[in-house]
Each structure stands twice: as structure tokens, then as C-alpha cells.
Design a protein around this ligand. Structure first.
Ligand code: NDP
Ligand SMILES: N[C@@H](CC=O)C(=O)O
Ligand code: NA
Length: 428
């Protein structure tokens, strides 16, 4: 007897998944065991890129998760509600769930995994981070014996696509965002991409897997790419960097708190993450004894994401076929404790800052004095040119405690010669 899927959503990812399932020749033979039994959508009148019989399509998503015939629910509708309630209902009804919904997992992971464990079913989420890149399963299984100390990722395809085109073509933010939406990379509300929220959801999930505890999403420091200007991209390039939206989870020692953050970052051009362009994502995992391992691939888009969703489905088909009664601890999530997260003021990092100043003698000296007062040592300080009447000064610091740097900036803002500080970015 075939394994029956109830798919919630037939947008970019749902359509890619149905296409993959309907084109099984030459792929894994287990695909032939799968039946697309029901597909839930919002509108029955929308034209669809896939052919499905009228009995399969429905707008009644509750009926899918309550249908005793459905073995696996594939949630690719996105959003928080009704996705959360439908996932919980499916799990309570004893169905395994595959989801691509990082927003729901990052917020409701605790109740979702608790419900799954109680019901003795699995929640699979490979597509939720890094699109098609296998990273969830490797962290859960292949790397699980390592002591992870750092996870650094480019985990949002839309913003990497935007930053790459701004850098290589000097394109306008709004035009490139519209292209990312047209290509199916962006979230239904692209604010989630642009403001770093999607990357925050993803690093919360990766940190939880890598560091073995729950992450409170409110503790994840989040900055998006709206303030990244063409001017900074050009200065960064001159200084030997590219600007990337990085998601970072790091623990200095096994007993110290975690730092979990998302922000645009100047990445040295020789760093492996500097050459990850367009919709591609990469996740660099560092631990002991593995050293460094990097996962790279397409981070968004129909085909790539469908690959991850369908591989999760296939794993569950294998579970159902072998009738494994005991929950596999390498597939379940049993975290109970929350990780302790370090405040940003304690972060040790380098900074890049751009100042617009009145063209007076001694401004550079005054900046240097203020930084010196708080123990901020400078790697470089250059007057790069003029913007109208105002002189432009770019500073790169050595490693500094973020709290000290902010105190120095507060003093600098009060200097009469300082007109504004248009950019402030961290440096990897
Ligand atoms: N796009 C991508 O590259 C990636 C997306 N994801 C995640 O995958 C999920 C889906 O994304 P994507 O495919 O891009 O989203 P889309 O907006 O393209 O598709 C959403 C689908 O869900 C249906 N839907 C949404 N809300 C409801 C509702 N309340 N009732 C019934 N049907 C509903 C829509 O129906 P209708 O068609 O009738 O409007 C549509 O078919 C999201 O969680 C996203 O974060 C993860 C990795 C990559
Ligand atoms: N909007 C997301 C889609 C994949 O998760 C992105 O751009 O990365
Ligand atoms: Na993935």
C-alpha cells in the first residue's frame, strides 16, 4: 500500500515538491511508494503549474490533518497561523510532519517537538534552513559527536542575492528585491528577509541543533540589510572585504554563554563565505574534532527546496515501511533546557564605521582620542573623500568589546565636528 501525503500549500515549494514527486523516473525507487493524496490551498481558481485531479485539491486544510488515511503531512504553506495549529493537529493525530517553515519552528518548536514526541512521530525540517543544502540532518546525525563552537552562515537567499547584485552591478535595492520576489526566493512578506528575521529564525534552529538546547528567539540580536549602502559596499571592497548578511552562533568555551546574532558583516575577501553569491547559501560549522566543515548550495527556490522537502518525505516513507516502533533519537528533538545567550555588549568583534565630519583640522585626532578613552584600538583610519561640504572618514577597529565601542561612539556623536555616523558594521 502506498504512503499517503497530505500537502498543505501549493506555492513555490509545494509546486516544486509535487513536480518532483510526479517525475520519479531515475530517482530513488521509494518515491514510487508515495501517493499525493490531498493538497490544501487557499484558492481553487488559481492557475497551477502542476496537474492534480479535482478530488486532490481542497481549501479545507483541517480535513487533511484530520483524515485518518493521511500518513505524512507536508506543511509548505508558511506563516504562523494556521500553520502552527495544523502541524500540532497532524502530530496529535499520529501523522509525521515535514515542514519548510522556519518561522513556525523557531517560535513554536518547543510545543511542536513535545507534541511529536508524545505522539511518537517525527518532525522533519531540512528545507527550513539553507533551502536545498543538507544541513539539518548533518547537524543532527553526521556531526552530532562533535563539540560545536561556531556556526557561521549565509542563510538567506534573498538578501544574498540583493547584496551580490548591488555589489557586482551597482543595482538598486528595490529593483533587485522585486527580482528576488519574482524568482520565488522571498518570503510572502519580504520584510522577513530584508530585516534579517528569516535569518534569525534559521540561526536559532541551527544553534539549537549545534549547541543542544532551545533558543529563545527574542535573544537573537537581529539587524537586516536596509542600511547597507552602495557607498559602504564600495569602501568595503577597497579595504579588502565584501558585505554579507551573516548569521552567527558562537560559544567561546563549553561553559560560556552563546552569542547568537544576525547582522550585515564585512567579510575578508579570502574567507570561504566571501565568495558565496546570489541565491546561494553556505554554513560553516566549526567544532572539535572535525575542525571546519562548510555546507554550500542553493538556499531558496522551487527545485532546491523541493529536493530537501522530498528527501525528508523519503526518510519518513522508509520509517513507515520498516515499521520502526522506537523513536530514533537521531531523528527526534528532545531539548528541554534553554541556552544562555550573552548580551551584545559583551561581544568581542571588529567594527567598520563611516563618519561625516566638518572639514576642520584635527578631526581625525579627536576621533582617535575618543576611541582611546574606551580602549578601542584602530586598525585603520582614513579620510576617504568628500560628500558635498562634509569630509568622509572611515575607521576599522581591532577586536573590541562592543560595549566599549558604543561608549566611545556616544562621546564621538557629541563632538562638534561630527555631522553624522551613516554606517556602523561589524567585521568578521
Ligand atoms: N520559497 C523558497 O525558496 C523557500 C520557502 N521556504 C518556506 O516554505 C514555505 C512556503 O513558501 P513558498 O512556497 O515560497 O510560499 P508561497 O506563498 O509561494 O505558497 C504558499 C502556499 O500555501 C497556500 N496557503 C497559504 N496560506 C494558506 C491558508 N491560510 N489556507 C490555505 N492555503 C494557504 C497558498 O495557497 P494559494 O496558492 O491558493 O494562494 C500557496 O499555495 C514557507 O514557510 C517558506 O518560508 C523554505 C525554503 C525556501
Ligand atoms: N526567503 C528565504 C527562502 C528560503 O528559506 C530566503 O530568501 O532564503
Ligand atoms: Na536545508
Amino acid at each position: 500500500m502506498g504512503v499517503k501525503l497530505g500537502i498543505l500549500g501549493l506555492g513555490t515549494v509545494g509546486t516544486g515538491t509535487v513536480q518532483l514527486l510526479q517525475d520519479s523516473a531515475g530517482r530513488h525507487p521509494l518515491l514510487q511508494e508515495i501517493e499525493i493524496y490531498r493538497v490544501g490551498v487557499r484558492s481553487l481558481d488559481k492557475p497551477r503549474a502542476v496537474e492534480l485531479s479535482t478530488e486532490v485539491l481542497t481549501t479545507d486544510l483541517e480535513s487533511i490533518v484530520n483524515d485518518p488515511a493521511v500518513d505524512i503531512v507536508v506543511e509548505v504553506m508558511g506563516g504562523l497561523e494556521p500553520a502552527r495549529s495544523l502541524i500540532l493537529k497532524a502530530l496529535s493525530n499520529g501523522k509525521h510532519v515535514v515542514t519548510a517553515n522556519k518561522a513556525a519552528i523557531a517560535r513554536f518548536g518547543a510545543e511542536i517537538f513535545t507534541t511529536a514526541n508524545q505522539a511518537g512521530v517525527y518532525v522533519m525540517l531540512e528545507a527550513a534552513v539553507g533551502g536545498g543544502i543538507p544541513v539539518i540532518q548533518p547537524l543532527k546525525q553526521s556531526l552530532s559527536v562533535n563539540r560545536i563552537h561556531t556556526v557561521t552562515g549565509i542563510v538567506n537567499g534573498t538578501t544574498n542575492y540583493i547584496l551580490t547584485r548591488m555589489q557586482t552591478e551597482g543595482s538598486n535595492f528595490d529593483d533587485v528585491l522585486a527580482d528576488a520576489q519574482r524568482l520565488g526566493y522571498a518570503e510572502a512578506d519580504p520584510t522577513a528577509d530584508v530585516d534579517g528575521l528569516d535569518a534569525a529564525d534559521k540561526i536559532a534552529i541551527l544553534a539549537s541543533l549545534g549547541f543542544g538546547g532551545r533558543i529563545n528567539l527574542q535573544d537573537v540580536y537581529t539587524e537586516g540589510i536596509r542600511q547597507v549602502s552602495k557607498t559602504d559596499i564600495a569602501y568595503a571592497e577597497k579595504l579588502g572585504f565584501v558585505i554579507k548578511l551573516l548569521a552567527i552562533a558562537k560559544r567561546d568555551t563549553p561553559s560560556s554563554p552563546l552569542s547568537v546574532r544576525v547582522h550585515p558583516t564585512l567579510v575578508p575577501q579570502a574567507h570561504p563565505l566571501a565568495s558565496i553569491n546570489g541565491v546561494y547559501n553556505a554554513i560553516l560549522v566549526e567544532g572539535e574534532p572535525i575542525g571546519q566543515v562548510m555546507f554550500f548550495g542553493p538556499g531558496a527556490g522551487a527545485g532546491a527546496t523541493a529536493s530537501a522537502v522530498t528527501s525528508d518525505i523519503l526518510n519518513l516513507v522508509a520509517v513507515l515501511k520498516t515499521n520502526t516502533a522506537v523513536a530514533n533519537p537521531l531523528l527526534t528533538c528532545g531539548h528541554q533546557e534553554y541556552c544562555q545567550i550573552a548580551p551584545m555588549a559583551e561581544l568581542i568583534t571588529r567594527f567598520y564605521a563611516r563618519f561625516l565630519t566638518n572639514d576642520q583640522p584635527g578631526v581625525i585626532g579627536k576621533l582617535g582620542t575618543c576611541f582611546g578613552n574606551y580602549g578601542v584600538s584602530l586598525e585603520s583610519i582614513v579620510q576617504t573623500g568628500f560628500q558635498g561640504e562634509l569630509a568622509e572618514i572611515v575607521v576599522v577597529t581591532h577586536d573590541v568589546r562592543e560595549g566599549n565601542f558604543r561608549q566611545a561612539l556616544a562621546e564621538i556623536r557629541d563632538l562638534e565636528a561630527i555631522e553624522s555616523i551613516p554606517s556602523l558594521l561589524r567585521v568578521l
